[in-house]
Ligand binder design. Structure first.
Ligand code: SF4
Ligand code: F3S
Ligand code: FES
Length: 232
């Protein structure tokens, strides 16, 4: 079938503002939107710039707005969106070129929540054991692939780019509720700051946007409750 793909283009070295360009591409219903973008780049216009790596929903590098919704281009098929496709970069981030945005502020927020196991006690002879129930407390948030679909769908983030955002909260949750970790209070202090978790207004866009189906608002609620019951 023939599909029409309208792509937001912007090269800051030569364009004053973003503009739309439409391409006609031969595609199958089960083709990924990423395949369609590749066909444009490889056979029609080599200047099109996009970011991707795994092509299988694992690396999180090809988040974009497809037909108005944040999605991964490799997990979205032509049959999901139909023959008229529009693609834009994720919102609220500086555009580097075309569909590539500057992810550095996003990863700075990720780093701010100390997203690694903190435990200064001497390691035991075997691994640090954990019960199945204790592991289940943070199982959902281990699935995050840091694609930024959630944060860049969040109106609180659009209104205030300093808001730490749902992705960083999800990553903090993964360690705050790990009973092998000792950095819980440090992370909660970060999330209790002015632009921390309290900026969330429970809009739920993040949940709808997450390609890993993580219950992000539950994770945010868990963190808020931990703050309320931790004498902050
Ligand atoms: Fe992406 Fe979901 Fe992680 Fe947000 S929580 S960064 S949407 S995988
Ligand atoms: Fe934003 Fe999600 Fe909260 S969309 S306001 S982080 S519920
Ligand atoms: Fe890796 Fe899509 S290219 S998630």
């Amino acid at each position: 079938m023939q599909v029409s793909i309208k792509i937001q283009r912007f090269n800051p070295e030569q364009d004053k503002k973003p503009y739309w360009k439409t391409y006609q591409v031969e595609a199958a219903l089960n083709d990924q939107i990423l395949d369609v973008l590749h066909k444009v780049k490889w056979y029609q216009d080599g200047t099109l710039t996009l970011r991707r790596s795994c092509a299988h929903g694992i690396c999180g590098s090809d988040a974009m707005v497809i037909n108005g919704r944040n999605r991964l281009a490799c997990k979205t098929l032509v049959k999901h969106v139909g023959a008229n496709i529009t693609v834009e970069p994720i919102r609220g981030m500086k555009i580097v070129k075309d569909l590539v945005v500057d992810m550095r502020p996003f990863f700075a927020k990720y780093r701010s929540v100390l997203p690694y196991l903190i435990n200064d006690s001497p390691p035991p002879d075997t691994e640090r054991l954990q019960t199945i129930e204790a592991r289940e407390r943070f199982d959902d948030t281990t699935k995050c692939i840091l694609c930024a679909c959630c944060t860049t769908a969040c109106p609180s983030f659009w209104a205030n780019e300093d808001y730490v955002g749902p992705a960083a909260i999800v990553q903090a949750h993964r360690f705050i509720f790990d009973d092998r970790d000792q950095g819980r209070m440090q992370r909660l202090e970060v999330l209790n700051e002015r632009d921390g978790v309290w900026r969330c207004r429970t809009v739920f866009n993040c949940v709808e946007a997450c390609p890993r189906d993580i219950d992000i608002t539950k994770a945010i609620g868990d963190v808020k409750k931990a703050l309320l019951y931790s004498n902050f």
